[in-house]
Design a protein around this ligand. Structure first.
Ligand SMILES: C[C@@]1(CC(=O)O)C2=NC(=C\c3[nH]c(c(CCC(=O)O)c3CC(=O)O)Cc3[nH]c(c(CC(=O)O)c3CCC(=O)O)/C=C3\N/C(=C\2)[C@@H](CCC(=O)O)[C@]3(C)CC(=O)O)/[C@H]1CCC(=O)O
Ligand SMILES: NC(=O)c1ccc[n+]([C@@H]2O[C@H](COP(=O)([O-])OP(=O)(O)OC[C@H]3O[C@@H](n4cnc5c(N)ncnc54)[C@H](O)[C@@H]3O)[C@@H](O)[C@H]2O)c1
Length: 199
């Protein structure tokens, strides 16, 4: 991460949530980044960016307040073959960060391809209402169902039919109404046994 302002802090937090190993290069950093440094969760090289700094980096973010410095960072990343994000400046990087909505295993991303980041965030806010917290529990259940079906049913046609049938169960509605009781392994096994044959 080159730069240590508000934008760098937001991106560093997302990177840490994805278990990244983060180094920040910037003469100054925000209070939030300073805290992460003190906790030993990120490295901080406290100086301006210099050519050669990106050696060994897999993902690069150019997030300084200087468009020229951001451009030089993108150039070096390109030469090294590293993926690079340009938070600001006239030189585009190799990828753009979307706005992200997470509900456990469900991940929805919205991008306006650089046209209007605030609109991407606003669309994500709207989706938050449609895809509420119930999706986390629903997808956990679906994951367990599908894993059991894949483990227990070897015949491809039966497996396919059961996977489709599981997706049609009205579990999501039950979770919304608060009437859903999580299935234990025995109940899942029973459901598979009951639905093995074509009905
Ligand atoms: C989605 C999100 C993800 C994230 O950053 O992780 C993101 N920007 C977010 C917020 C946001 N950014 C800005 C505002 C102020 C309002 C406004 O200007 O609209 C707000 C609103 C806010 O803060 O709520 C200003 C801004 N952003 C960029 C520039 C520079 C330029 O355009 O050149 C400037 C002008 C700076 C100036 O004034 O000079 C550039 C980029 N910002 C992008 C992503 C990429 C395009 C994504 C897309 O088009 O969809 C891109 C191209 C590069 C990149 O970062 O990859 C995150 C939402 C997080 C969330 O979900 O809450
Ligand atoms: N992508 C986005 O979502 C988004 C949102 C707002 C702004 N921006 C753009 O992102 C950039 C950063 O915005 P900000 O609000 O975090 O700015 P900021 O002014 O808060 O922070 C800039 C940081 O860059 C560091 N810096 C300056 N020169 C440097 C150099 N030569 N080497 C290394 N670090 C250096 C400073 O120490 C500071 O930590 C700007 O270009 C801005 O236009 C992007």
């Amino acid at each position: 991460m080159v730069g240590g302002g508000a934008v760098a802090e937001r991106k560093v937090n997302s990177l840490l949530a994805a278990s990244a190993d983060v180094t920040v290069i910037s003469p100054e950093v925000t209070q939030g980044l300073r805290q992460l440094v003190m906790e030993g969760r990120i490295r901080w090289i406290s100086r301006e960016y210099a050519a050669g700094d990106l050696a060994g980096a897999f993902l690069v973010y150019a997030a300084t307040s200087s468009p020229d410095v951001n451009g030089a960072v993108i150039d070096e990343a390109e030469r090294m073959g590293a993926l690079a994000n340009a938070a600001g400046g006239s030189k585009p990087g190799s990828f753009i960060s979307p706005s992200v909505l997470r509900r456990g295993r469900l991940v929805i991303t919205v991008s306006t391809s650089g046209a209007g980041p605030a609109l991407a965030a606003e669309i994500c806010d709207r989706l938050e209402k449609e895809y509420g917290p119930e999706y986390e529990e629903y997808l956990e259940w679906m994951y367990r169902m599908r894993s059991s079906i894949k483990r227990q049913v070897t015949r491809p046609e039966t497996r396919q039919r059961l996977l489709m049938k599981a997706a049609e169960l009205e579990v999501l509605d039950e979770i919304r109404k608060g009437t859903f009781e999580p299935w234990d392994t025995e109940q899942i096994k029973q459901w598979i046994a009951n639905n093995q044959e074509e009905s």
